[in-house]
Write a protein that binds this ligand. Structure first.
Ligand code: 5IU
Length: 488
């Protein structure tokens, strides 16, 4: 993963050097002036860059997607798709922009059978309309398309528009990530970053149901999760625990979850009592407490009530439905009797959720589905993430949100993104595998609604002061995100 990220950073810098990404003032097709111009057509003149783009797209997403055809959106993405096809020995098809007026009148060139699974390859996504047009043609010939893999997401609504049509988009990088990398490398200044963010906020595009006519986003269209304030999202939650959590976040101005990885009851309670006023969620691993007792639970519940936070047991259930229902309600910990929320691995399939639900018929409980982990080398792939999201959609009454690391995973404003791997000094923990991001990045770039901080607080010289600092920084980042993405 670290190697992938460093390759991606190098690529972004090269794209800027060859002026495939430019800043200035550019007239767009829509007539609007844009402070950023991205055109990857020129990469065919730089074979090494073209090769890297193809290699990264393959490694990042396509290799994990169940498909037997590739299709590059004409024209810029066609050479990219060709390289991936040759490298991976996956056949490709070409969509003609206009069907031939003579001969066979084929819309799609290449050999394929109805039912073949095709992945779309695209260079830059703005509204997603070119991808959707390509998909329409492919579908009219019997091909099945559920995923699009793109190099750059301009973050102007493409991801939302595609997901509305049941297409999962995987982007190598977003425009915000490009800005961050170039800013870190000293290639662009804050003024440019601000002007692009402002432009993005004002130029969201929503496609109407016929796909083809791009219209400015109006109030009647649901804006994305990332741009809405928590107060508004509380009304859109389908799970009472999610609504309660969002209200606590607003009331306490806190999107901080502390990971209380301590091994004694006294330390756990001391932490709940001292950092409690600054957190919205208190995350436990109850099985690491050596002197667990029913009294500890009573004390935790009292602290949660006193300081107005919810309890999440990070149990990561991952067994068949029958077993998890017993693990949730029985045994030493009787988790469902006290934890408002739990975490769940979707690897067993939907039964894991139905099993948990069956244990808590009358209780107000919910779960976060772990769709992606923070640790180096973790095995969560794009196709795993998109299948997990399908499970998530099927249980709006019990699923409160997802644990993940990427902003495009979750659109629904009624659900929450919980993201661990947060630290002010961003020092990873070596062979133990944790990978950290700063509070600002985790909210602004990774799309977290709530950030999980463990050792950054628990092992700080002064945990209370650390909790206050994380809370202030995380909340400021959330406010910045909402105001910078606010729809014009
Ligand atoms: N945690 C992760 N990464 C994950 C998931 C959970 O770190 O992907 I899912 C847990 C593990 C630990 C906390 O309890 O979040 C992070 O603690 P530190 O901030 O000390 O790394």
């Amino acid at each position: 993963m670290a190697e992938f990220e460093s390759k991606l950073k190098d690529l972004i810098i090269k794209l800027h050097e060859i002026e495939a990404v430019k800043f200035g003032l550019f007239k767009m097709k829509s007539g609007i002036d844009s402070p950023v111009y991205i055109d990857l057509r020129s990469i065919i003149s730089y074979p090494a860059i073209l090769e890297t783009v193809a290699e990264l797209l393959w490694e990042f997403a396509i290799k994990d997607i169940d498909c037997n055809q590739l299709c590059g959106v004409p024209y810029a993405a066609m050479p990219i798709a060709t390289l991936i096809s040759s490298y991976s020995k996956t056949p490709m098809v070409i969509r003609r922009k206009e069907a031939k007026k003579y001969g066979t009148k084929k819309l799609i060139e290449g050999k394929f059978s109805p039912g073949d699974k095709c992945v779309i390859v695209e260079d830059v996504v703005t509204s997603g309309s070119s991808i959707l047009e390509t998909i329409m043609d492919l579908q009219s010939e019997g091909l099945r398309v559920t995923s699009a893999v793109v190099v750059v997401d301009r973050e102007q609504g493409g991801n939302y528009n595609l997901s509305e049509k049941g297409v999962t988009m995987h982007s190598l990088c977003t425009l915000s990530q490009i800005l961050q990398v170039l800013k870190d490398a000293g290639r662009v200044n804050q003024e440019i970053v601000d002007s692009v963010k402002k432009y993005l906020a004002a130029s969201q595009i929503h496609l109407d149901s016929t796909f083809f006519t791009a219209q400015p986003l109006t109030e009647s269209v649901k804006p994305s999760r990332l741009s809405l304030p928590f107060s508004v999202r509380a009304d859109q939650a389908t799970n009472p625990v999610a609504a309660k959590l969002l209200k606590i976040m607003v009331a306490k101005q806190s999107n901080l979850c502390v990971a209380a990885d301590v091994t004694s009851a006294s330390k756990l309670i001391a932490l709940a009592e001292t950092v409690g006023p600054y957190v919205c969620l208190f995350k436990t691993h109850i099985d690491i407490v050596e002197d667990f007792s029913a009294q500890l639970i009573q004390q935790l519940l009292a602290a949660a009530q006193k300081h107005n936070f919810l309890l999440i047991e990070d149990r990561k259930f991952a067994d068949i439905g029958h077993t998890v229902s017993l693990q949730y309600s029985h045994g030493t910990y009787k988790i469902c009797s006290w934890a408002d929320l739990v975490t769940v691995h979707p690897v067993p399939g939907e039964g894991v959720i139905t099993g948990l639900k069956s244990a808590v018929a009358d209780l107000h409980r919910g779960c976060f589905i772990v769709v992606e982990m923070s640790s180096a080398g973790n095995l969560t792939t794009p196709s795993y993430i998109s299948s997990s999201m399908e499970i998530c959609k099927k249980h709006p009454d019990f699923v409160v949100g997802v644990v993940c690391q990427t902003p495009s995973t979750l659109n629904n404003p009624g659900l929450l993104q919980l993201t661990p791997g947060v630290s002010l000094d961003c020092q990873n923990d070596g062979e133990l595998g944790q990978q950290y991001n700063s509070p600002e990045d985790v909210i602004m770039l990774r799309g977290a609604d709530i950030a999980v901080v463990g050792r950054g607080i628990v092992q700080a010289a002064d945990p209370v002061q650390a909790a206050q600092e994380y809370r202030t920084k995380l909340w400021a980042a959330y406010e910045k995100r909402v105001s910078s993405l606010k729809l014009a």
